[in-house]
Design a protein around this ligand. Structure first.
Ligand SMILES: NC(=O)c1ccc[n+]([C@@H]2O[C@H](COP(=O)([O-])OP(=O)(O)OC[C@H]3O[C@@H](n4cnc5c(N)ncnc54)[C@H](OP(=O)(O)O)[C@@H]3O)[C@@H](O)[C@H]2O)c1
Length: 330
């Protein structure tokens, strides 16, 4: 099969596209003909060796996939050949990745794709929607009627967070870098979207949420805790999910006096049961047209190296060149 893989960690150019043996599904695995997979920032950290996972070389890059089951192992219960599936959390913790024509995946990490949802949309939504669900439902316990603020609402995670919050009956406001991106986030259901560079951002957010923010979701590596805690209502929660090396001063006083809480998490550490529960809701929302993660570009497998360079430039160097997810079609 054709695959995008690395034999050592390094810059995007270490990704090779070539032939590897077809994977043979184990007893609990389904063999998936991959029709679409999406790039996530973590793919670039794993490729670069910046997160220390065991890498079975040749290591196939990528976490997300959508496609069709073509064979199943003897103990597979939930899937049979011909079924459309999507999934995430591959290419991590020693597991092989998804950027290939075929992938053998433990059935616990696969979910049926609703008929009305394309493989592109299912792949684009995979990791970011599970992240949004874990953060809002399991960790922040966002409730209907509450107000969410997403710093970086136009990104992959941010655009899923806004839509999941709306699907849960909450309201959302947030930030983005350009007028086009702000308009797009509004079209996803946010009441107000501000320029994250604006001097009057805090005043504007207070005007949009006079009773305060119940959940402040930070997508950035260097959180602005003074701003976040200042905007929170009593009992507010902060969600953190980026910035491994960051050590930032923290406004302890207002945080405890308001009775706030803060949670950090990494989606790949969530148990498969929790992720499968998230996928049930995600499927319902995708099928109802309530959750659709914007796609910036669709590229062939041969351009995986370019896709990594673009993702890195956009997310790590913060150029914002991407206006949605990068989807690869093997
Ligand atoms: N812990 C976990 O489980 C988990 C899961 C997924 C992702 N992550 C991490 O979360 C981060 C975001 O991931 P992603 O996939 O959403 O990346 P992304 O698609 O590149 O989105 C980045 C977001 O940051 C915004 N941004 C850039 N500069 C900003 C600034 N100065 N102030 C506020 N916002 C700014 C961008 O806005 P514009 O594009 O409008 O400029 C965009 O909305 C990455 O570090 C990723 O590794 C963690």
């Amino acid at each position: 099969m054709k695959a995008a893989f690395i034999t050592r960690t390094g810059p995007p150019e270490v990704i090779e596209v070539g032939s590897l043996p077809d994977p043979v599904p184990g007893p609990r695995e389904a063999l998936v003909r991959v029709r679409a997979c999406a790039v996530n920032p973590i793919d670039t950290y794993v490729r670069a060796g910046a997160v220390a996972f065991p890498l079975p070389f040749p290591f196939i890059v990528g976490c997300d996939l959508a496609g069709e089951v073509v064979a199943v192992g003897s103990d597979v219960q939930s899937f049979r050949p011909g079924m459309r599936v999507w999934g995430s959390n591959q290419g991590l913790l020693g597991r092989q990745g998804t950027f290939a024509e075929l992938a053998a995946i433990d059935e616990r990490w696969l979910y049926p794709t609703p008929d009305s949802v394309s493989d592109r949309d299912a792949a684009a939504a995979a990791l970011v929607s599970i992240t949004a669900h874990l953060g809002l439902v399991s960790h922040a316990k966002l409730e209907a009627g509450e107000m969410l603020f997403v710093n970086g609402a136009s990104g992959g995670v941010g655009s899923a967070v806004v839509q999941v919050a709306r699907a849960l009956g909450a309201r959302a406001i947030g930030t983005a870098g350009t007028e086009e991106k702000r308009a797009r986030v509004r079209s996803l259901g946010a009441d107000e979207v501000f320029d994250y560079r604006a001097d009057d951002l805090v005043e504007a957010a207070r005007a949009a949420a006079p009773n305060g923010i119940d959940v402040y979701w930070e997508t950035q590596r260097e959180p602005m805790f003074d701003r976040a805690v200042g905007l929170l209502a009593d009992g507010g929660r902060i969600v953190l999910m980026a910035g491994r090396d960051v050590r930032t001063p923290f406004p302890v006083g207002p945080f405890y006096v308001k009775g706030c809480r803060m949670v950090g998490f990494a989606m790949f550490k969530a148990d498969w049961r929790l992720q499968a529960a998230a996928a049930l809701d995600i499927n319902r929302w995708m099928a109802a047209g309530r959750l659709r993660v914007p796609i910036a570009r669709v590229l062939p497998l041969d351009q995986t190296s370019l896709a990594h360079a673009l993702q890195e430039a956009s997310t790590v160097a913060r150029t914002g060149v991407l206006d949605g997810k990068l989807v690869i079609e093997p």
